[in-house]
Design a binder for this molecule. Sequence first.
Ligand SMILES: Cc1ncc(C[n+]2csc(CCOP(=O)(O)OP(=O)(O)O)c2C)c(N)n1
Ligand code: SF4
Ligand SMILES: [Mg+2]
Length: 332
Amino acid sequence: MTTLQELPQVRGVKNIPLQEGFTSGHRTCQGCESALTMRLMIKAAGPRTIVVGSTGCMYVANTTYYSTPWVVPWMHTQLGSSGSAATGTAAGLASMMRKGKMKDEPINVIAFCGDGGGVDMGLAGISAALQHDEYNLLILCYDNESYANTDIQVSGSSPWGANSTFSPPGKVHRIMNRRWKKNTAPMLAAGHPSCRYVATACASYGLDFTNKVRRALTIGGPTFIHVIDPCPKGWDYDPKYSHELGMLAVETGLWVQYEIADGELILSGPSRAIGNGVRHRKPVREYLQRQGRFAHLTEEDLEFFQGRVDDSWEKWWIPGIVPFSPPAGDGA
Ligand SMILES: Cc1ncc(C[n+]2csc(CCOP(=O)(O)OP(=O)(O)O)c2C)c(N)n1
Ligand code: SF4
Ligand SMILES: [Mg+2]
């Protein structure tokens, strides 16, 4: 295993590093939260970092010919291969250092993927990467809840009822996407017992996200962070509201922020306050009705949606996170 960098936790937003690793030169849409996720991710990691990115908006819009915002080594990888690219990069570095072909120094390896690339297509590769506990790496899934780059197709991470180019509401069927969003982070945490760190975050809570990236990069072994990214184009709202929508996703209890470090689950930000009962969840409609992709939802649909979120907080074994029931007592 290669050595790890020292990346202390950042105390206070004013102490987030000023040095940029993701600068001008990208062509993401105005208000693209995924671009902010990239910017904060690399600020947290610092310059001695290799970033590998799978196909999607954060590849295509960031690597227009002869122009890129990345000022760290960056490589594109195939849509479903963030996991294998991360393992390969970490293994390559370890081998070169072992053979004395490059200086033995701590270098962060981060592979990012979209929800299409990670939650759907590349899930097997991510699973394999999380089992290779001899390599230090972070896989970051930026979730804009669609295959955005190819014009907003529904993914396994798209919310129930969302209008997309593959799930347009029609006269016969108003709700075309009837699948509930895949519960990716807990699935990966539960399924990979030797993975030391899995977290969820949102760039609207920049300090929380920054510190999660740093924890992931310093704990050792393969790690995973799932970030929700409001996308003005796919979610259909004025770009100036990305930050607010990210906050609303958390404040309504729809997106739960937590980290699972060495088997210990810790809620963070508003999710912690909600979990501790010191803060009420905002009604989900306050989030849904701000987005054109839900404009066709009826009152009944909104109540259904709210009911599912309520269930996740009131009936799940671990509120908002684990949907099983605890084992029944043996009656003894
Ligand atoms: C194997 C493969 N199938 C399809 C594509 C076409 N494609 C390019 S980007 C993309 C969307 C990826 O969606 P996601 O991973 O969610 O990233 P986003 O575009 O939303 O940022 C698709 C389907 C591809 N590049 N490779
Ligand atoms: S489509 Fe969405 S994710 Fe893609 S660049 Fe635009 S805002 Fe960002
Ligand atoms: Mg996507």
